[in-house]
Design a protein. Structure first.
Length: 199
């Protein structure tokens, strides 16, 4: 019995010595894709790693992570996201970019010259090395709504707008009752209202 107790005590002492002598280490967190890191080769508590991205890439996330007593890193490895290519203004339009470099999160705002209408997104954002929407276009508006005799008309003159024509009582319509503005030109000739011979 005394021998068994002695064995248990010895085993406990060995376990305690092993536990007290062991040091927690963090696992290798890896590298940001396309990036680099600086720091020690062993990741004991307090070890600090610094992460960098090459030119033409934006770091998204913390540049530093520290090994904790728990064996976990304080912050995840950041990402290296490619910058977006330059972006041009549409014909008859302008573009305003929120940053000189086309980095992740940069916003480009578009507008058109007077007499032109914007078709597409007025704002695009740099995401993962690409703009999230295509560049919009500027289409010419049409001339004002014509004043046709013996008729009433409703609608707009911007690109894509339509005009509805309706003749007054006692008149009939010759031509299309609806025409559409398409890049500065109407889709059809203006109709006319003539006396209804059947009335």
């Amino acid at each position: 019995m005394r021998g068994a107790v002695l064995i248990v005590v010895v085993v406990l002492i060995e376990i305690i010595s092993v536990v007290s002598g062991s040091e927690v280490e963090c696992s290798d967190p890896g590298l940001p894709e396309g990036g680099t890191r600086r720091g020690p080769s062993r990741f004991t508590p307090g070890s600090k790693l610094s992460f960098d991205c090459p030119d033409g890439y934006e770091r998204v996330g913390s540049p530093v992570s520290v090994c904790q007593e728990s064996g976990e890193w304080s912050l995840p490895v950041p990402q290296c996201i490619a910058d977006c290519p330059g972006i041009a203004a549409p014909a008859h339009g302008a573009v305003s970019v929120s940053a000189a470099a086309k980095k992740y999160g940069t916003v480009a705002l578009f507008s058109c010259e007077p007499g032109y209408s914007l078709v597409g997104a007025a704002a695009v954002t740099c995401r993962n090395g690409q703009w999230n929407r295509p560049v919009p276009s500027c289409f010419a508006d049409c001339m004002g709504i014509p004043a046709l005799s013996n008729s009433v008309s409703t609608g707009g003159t911007s690109h894509g707008d339509v005009i509805h024509f309706k003749c007054l009582e006692g008149y009939q319509l010759l031509g299309k009752s609806i025409i559409t503005c398409k890049d500065g030109a109407w889709s059809d000739e203006y109709p006319s209202c003539v006396t209804n011979v059947m009335s």
